[in-house]
Design a protein around this ligand. Structure first.
Ligand SMILES: [Zn+2]
Length: 393
């Protein structure tokens, strides 16, 4: 990376939020509905803005997901470059729990309220605001704005980019809410169902059935032993919970005290540290559970409750990490939520997570973005573009 000082013309601009235009932009984004990935109107709107700023805009349909689109907007050519990435979908919300309409921007107490202000329509408004004040004709490396579909549920947008092998740039920033602190690590998440099938029969004679519940007793014991082993094997002090976790979250089995239990199902949540691979964990899980049920005659089925999110770690020495640490004055941290970063990693991007909102407000009623976060974030975006896209004075 070239550490050319930023030449963003920052001193000429007013703090971003003094301008009604930014509010209008965010207000419009909030009013466009964005339920679970059907965000084509957001893509058209943001794409239109970027086209006006001279970007080449691609709206890429996601295979087998009709109506879902990724947006890739590129200005400039060449290797490296910077990718500013976010997702266009928002989580479902219950307007009855909100103090104001979640689909309309509402300003009070120095905060902008609305669904997606923090996670993460607000990010796109700030990106557009940051870029329109830069002289983009001076870019010497590509600048890409990436808006993915369906991050909050299937992550099919990011997965489609990986499947297509789409190269976008070397350095990436995801504007997920981190309270303006850089994040370079998160745990992975996977949720699995363990289904045991036995044979039901009258309780008076054990020979009439084969108890799935008694099989589950063995499974539970094995899972707790496995958890102890995993926590002894893996540890990373950067995380608040420095070990991988395994939670037994749901169980259902049997229907009557006088019937042998024919079926029992357990759901677990497993959160690995960076360096632990989801596929290897799933294989180990299956092997251990098959082992503990061997000879019982019980059937075992393992089902993924969702695709899972791999853990991620971008090296501390990565240029994007170093730049963000210098610009924010905070060392890069680890967080407990998952992002699309592991997919970007597979596309050769070194990814940092850094956004203006707070994760505490995301997915909650009365989600907001503090006005005070806006000017420093807009400046940060401009400085990163200056550093990574080599804008000459
Ligand atoms: Zn998000």
């Amino acid at each position: 990376m070239n550490r050319v000082p930023p030449t963003t013309g920052r001193s000429r601009r007013l703090p971003a939020i003094d301008r009604a235009e930014l509010r209008d932009l965010l207000g419009t984004l909030l009013e466009i509905p964005s339920p679970t990935g059907y965000t084509d109107r957001i893509v058209h709107f943001v794409g239109g803005w970027l086209e006006d700023l001279g970007f080449v805009v691609e709206q890429i349909p996601i295979p087998d997901r009709p109506g879902k689109l990724n947006l890739v907007a590129t200005r400039g050519q060449g290797p490296d470059g910077l990718v500013l990435a976010g997702h266009t979908d928002t989580v479902p919300c219950d307007p009855a729990l909100w103090s104001s309409d979640p689909f309309r921007l509402s300003e009070r107490d120095g905060r902008l309220y609305g669904l997606g202000t923090s996670d993460m329509k607000g990010f796109f408004a700030l990106v557009l605001d940051a870029l329109r004040d830069l002289d983009l004709s001076r870019l010497q490396r590509p600048l890409v704005v990436l808006a993915t579909a369906d991050e909050e549920s299937s992550m099919c947008g990011a997965q489609a980019l990986v499947a297509a092998g789409r190269r976008l740039g070397r350095h990436a920033l995801i504007g997920e809410p981190t309270g303006l602190r850089p994040v370079r690590m998160h745990k992975g998440i996977t949720m699995e169902a363990v289904r045991i099938t036995g044979r039901s029969g009258h309780s008076s004679d054990p020979a009439l059935g084969n108890s799935a519940l008694e099989g589950m007793y063995r499974v539970l014991g094995e899972l707790l032993r496995w958890r102890t082993e995993l926590q002894a094997r893996y540890r990373n002090p950067a995380f608040k919970v420095p070990v991988p976790t395994l939670n037994l979250g749901y169980i259902q089995g049997g229907d009557n005290p006088n019937r042998i239990c024919g079926r029992c199902e357990l759901h677990i949540d497993l959160r690995p540290l960076p360096g632990m691979q989801l596929e290897a964990l799933r294989e180990e899980l299956e092997q251990r559970l098959r082992g503990v049920l061997a000879g019982t005659g019980l059937g075992l089925e393992l089902v993924r409750l969702f695709e899972g999110i791999p853990a991620m770690e971008t090296p501390a020495a990565a240029p994007i990490v170093q730049a963000a640490e210098a610009l924010t004055g905070h060392p890069a941290e680890a967080v407990a939520f998952g992002t699309e970063a592991p997919y970007f990693d597979r596309l050769g991007m070194q990814t940092l997570i850094l956004g203006p909102g707070d994760i505490d407000q995301a997915h909650q009623p009365d989600e907001f973005l503090a006005l005070a976060r806006i000017p420093p974030y807009v400046r940060l975006l401009q400085d990163l573009v200056g550093q990574f896209c080599l804008m000459s004075p």
